[in-house]
Design a protein. Structure first.
Length: 195
């Protein structure tokens, strides 16, 4: 089968690249707002931006999961060994898991925060807290647990993302197959597609 028929569809590509951009931005903003020394105004704006992009990622992840369940992705190259296929599938499963785990723990830590700062998406759309958490008698330990889960989840995501990117680069530059090209729009097609 030619690669033209083995490509990801437009919706899968758009969701993949928008989410990739959003997640990289969230990692950078998250690290800066927690570990940088910023003035309170900038810090507040960064927190609101982080929460806004994070909730958008949660909604996009829902859409992406539904799309993925309804559409079979193109198969992996026949040249891949069984253990490589298992590793690739494990990596994709972990990435999907993180797309939900991080926004949900972020939402939970904000909902159990003692500061109770409202979330307004992109300064326009008020976003509710999760139920139950804002009304806990002692929110402090709950917030601490979700904050720790969120931070370690983000560090774990950085490791999985690094492996994901290294694997794609290996396919493109060493194995010289079409794994990267089929996730790019067709105007990026090169002779790799014929491999
Ligand atoms: C894919 C989605 C997300 C990613 C990749 C992400 C990433 C991060 C990172 C890297 C940090 C810094 C962790 C540290 O070094 O301590 C962070 C902190 C934080 N995130 Fe997220 N985040 C996501 C979604 C969300 C969402 C949806 C919310 C809230 C609605 C949120 C709220 C927060 C808050 C409040 C902090 C600061 C926690 C603290 O006070 O230490 N995040 N995030």
């Amino acid at each position: 089968m030619s690669l033209a028929t083995q490509r990801y569809g437009a919706v899968a590509m758009i969701l993949h690249w928008i989410m990739a951009l959003g997640i990289l931005a969230l990692l950078a903003i998250g690290l800066i707002m927690v570990h940088g020394s910023l003035d309170p105004g900038t810090m507040f704006r960064l927190f609101q931006l982080h929460k806004s992009i994070g909730i958008t990622i949660l909604l996009a992840a829902l859409l992406r999961l539904i799309w993925r369940l309804l559409h079979r992705p193109p198969g992996l190259p026949a040249s891949m060994a069984q253990h490589e296929i298992r590793l690739a599938k494990l990596g994709h499963f972990l990435l999907y898991g993180e797309m939900f785990f991080l926004p949900l723990t972020g939402w939970a830590l904000v909902s159990s925060s003692v500061f109770a700062i409202p979330t307004v998406l992109f300064g326009l759309i008020p976003w509710p807290d999760l139920p139950y958490l804002p009304h806990l008698a002692d929110k402090r330990p709950v917030e601490a647990v979700f904050t720790t889960l969120h931070a370690y989840g983000a560090y774990f995501l950085m490791a999985v993302l690094a492996l994901h990117i290294l694997a794609v680069l290996r396919h493109h530059f060493i194995l010289r197959d079409a794994v990267l090209m089929r996730m790019l729009p067709s105007w990026r097609r090169t002779r790799h597609e014929d491999l």
